[in-house]
Design a protein around this ligand. Structure first.
Ligand code: ADP
Length: 263
């Protein structure tokens, strides 16, 4: 009996400790796993442009008698890759700062017409120069507490994507509306659209729907992850749905401070 009770006790404590360890360690293991996945993805993304630059430099080194004009193509490719590295490291720093909560945030009370149209102006010219239509309808009179620079960055990400993934002749719109006392602004496009399976994943770090399609557009798969973080800082929400008949609508919900109709 002593042996049986000892074994039973030992078995029960073993099972209990197994489940306890799983429960308490799970968040640590998950976050460690996520972090190592992130480092792995980041290293992979950094390696590609570095390998291209290294290849080009080594090639140029084997031909010391060539002039800059002869090597213009290699130099231009290397510069493109340096720019890619630059934007990638900036995005990585941005995400790391937000993870460590060291991002400087400067919230101010303001109205949509004072912070939304600002970043749009340069985009209007770019979009129209690519034979695409651009429409803006920001009209809600409401007070919101936002960091203007961060919202600017968020809008640039959404407009940049809308432009990248919309072919010539398409339309990109930015508009705002109130629904059930909540404030929303949206960027819609008539571009390639996003499948239901990809709609949640695209906000993850380094996620790209079609890597071969994204390569010429110069994306690194971090834009929407940063967008999500900016919305999080504002205690808002971001979601994507289909535009009809084609394209996507990215909508941002921002908490309303207090309703204030202008006279
Ligand atoms: P990227 O820098 O690759 O554009 P993002 O994080 O901004 O990275 O976007 C992730 C992926 O989501 C993109 O690679 C693209 O496949 C998809 N995506 C984002 N915006 C749009 C859009 N407006 N239309 C179609 N696909 C989009």
């Amino acid at each position: 009996i002593v042996i049986i009770s000892f074994v039973t006790f030992w078995l029960i404590s073993l099972i209990l400790s197994y489940f306890l360890t799983r429960l308490t360690m799970r968040p640590i293991i998950t976050s460690w796993k996520k972090q190592s996945e992130f480092v792995n993805d980041a290293a992979h993304e950094l390696r590609t442009p570095l390998a291209i630059i290294q290849g080009k430099l080594e090639y140029m080194f084997t031909k010391p008698n060539k002039t800059i004009i002869d090597e213009a193509e290699s130099i231009s490719v290397s510069l493109d890759e340096v720019n890619r590295l630059n934007s990638l490291t900036n995005s990585l720093l941005e995400l790391a700062r937000a993870d460590q909560a060291t991002t400087k945030v400067s919230m101010r009370l303001t109205e949509p017409e004072h912070f939304l149209p600002d970043p749009i102006k340069p985009f209007k010219d770019i979009i129209e120069s690519q034979n695409k239509h651009f429409e803006i309808d920001i009209h809600e009179k409401i007070t919101l507490r936002v960091d203007k620079d961060k919202i600017k960055q968020l809008l640039i990400i959404l407009l940049d994507n809308a432009t990248k993934y919309t072919p010539e002749g398409g339309t990109i719109k930015i508009y705002d509306y109130l629904d059930n006392g909540k404030y929303y602004f949206a960027v819609s496009d008539t571009g390639v659209g996003i499948s239901d399976a990809d709609k949640q994943k695209i906000f993850g770090r380094f996620y790209r729907v079609d890597k071969s399609r994204t390569k010429p557009t110069g994306g690194n798969g971090l834009g929407l992850a940063i967008a999500k973080q900016i919305v999080g800082i504002h205690h808002g929400k971001i979601f994507v749905k289909d535009n009809h008949p084609t394209g996507s609508i990215f909508t941002v919900e921002l908490p309303v401070r207090h309703k204030q109709l202008k006279s």
